[in-house]
Design a protein around this ligand. Sequence first.
Ligand code: GAL
Length: 519
Amino acid sequence: MPSIQNRFVIALVSILVALAAGQVRADGQESRELRTPKPPDAPQIHGPKVYGARPGHAFLYRIPCTGIRPITYSASNLPSTLNLDSKSGIISGQAPDKPGEFLVQLEAASAVGKDSRPFKIVIGDTISLTPQMGWNDWYTFYDRITDSDVRRAAAAMISSGMADFGYQYVDIDDCWARKPGSKDPVLSEPARDSQGNILANARFPDMQALTEYIHGLGLKAGIYTSPGPLTCADFEGTYQHEDADAHQFAQWGFDLLKYDWCSYGKIARDKSLAAMQEPYTKMGRIVGDLDRDVVLNMCQYGMGDVWKWGRQAGGNSWRTTGDLGLVPDRSLPGFYSIGLANATHSEFAGAGGWNDPDYILIGMVGNAHQPESGARHTQLTPEEQYSYMSMWSLMASPLIFSGDITQLDEFTQNVLCNSEVIDIDQDSLGKQGRLARKTDNEFILAKPLDDGSLALGLFNLTNTPRTVTVTWKDLGIAGKQTVRDVWRQRDLGSFAASFSSQIPPHGVTLVRLIPARAQ
Ligand code: GAL
């Protein structure tokens, strides 16, 4: 039996060995292994391969591309009504007048290499052909949001490199309008001018200038309101001004509207499904008729099984649950219960309409129970963060980060910006992964991709390492598959009939199974 001193030495040596191997952090937590490889110096184009726009409407798309600048961009087969700025990679102009498809090839070249990527532009009624990607201010700023916060966030989306991976929407949430009854001169009434036009509060001196700034960066702008008289934070809502407000948002230059139920419960004539659908169908029609492409994000927490009718009502995405930031962490963090509930609605998601399980809350993020307490670093373990992002991508969820985008640390960025993970989310086939297995201890999400491969997430829900095995039979596939580790972006080999992985507590193994014939 080793002496106490020897035992101490043995323990110390094993800690040092584990630290050297990167398995534990000095504070005893799991290692913060950066799984995402650094993007190469040569240009690499990312983002969706299919993109929808309505005929004749303003068009704006910044080609997401990593690599050392300067990069020169070009594109073949771009509609003649669009112009590509070869230095910034921003495509702008007016969508062609008639419905149709353009098989564009995007190209990016620099002194150290070049890349190209197909980009199909589909002119028609349907927008949001892939899930929205961007940032929303709610979990950082709550009722303190200002014009300059939004500008700083947009600038950070570019300077951090997030936009180079496809993040695009800079979304203002609640609290930009006036607050009826407020004594604070910055927020106080009138909520509307003498013609009934909605007014921003004094923290937003010029909405149009703000969207122009965001558009100048090649990004898009989002805004928020409620069908009720008041928003959830008691700011002016759109009740009885729906048409005028939507036109005002479009005129200001917004590209996305989050429409949040809030006080509408007091207005609804009863609790029937029809009464619940009414405000959304109404706004869906108004937004669809605007002379601007405005994505409609419906937010009513999943009432009336919104996934069954959200698309018909004109929604491009619909929240399937209550607020993720308000879900208490029980034995597992809240994103699991929200995500697993969302996972059961897979059949209703597809091009133009997506199930929305709420924002990605990692990095420096505010506490929704105490918004005034300011942002602090997420308490999720590294493994949980990889699981969160993997689930959202496998579910083709909107990828909207809501932590402080101006304070991105290297680890958070590596979770948010892995091009192969994002490719799963943005895949052109537009299928939401389905739950192939779910027990108390593990679950598997499987998402078919456009190239015939299958994205697969094996998740460990327990507090101990666990081996999860999946057979091709379980998945309804056959034949040899190349298995690719998506986070680390490397092939693991060829597998004949099954795949097993040892997964850390609350961790994930995210792979793509590429059938031999598709290689
Ligand atoms: C909630 C909504 C949140 C946030 C908040 C603003 O109803 O789910 O995402 O928008 O209102 O007050």
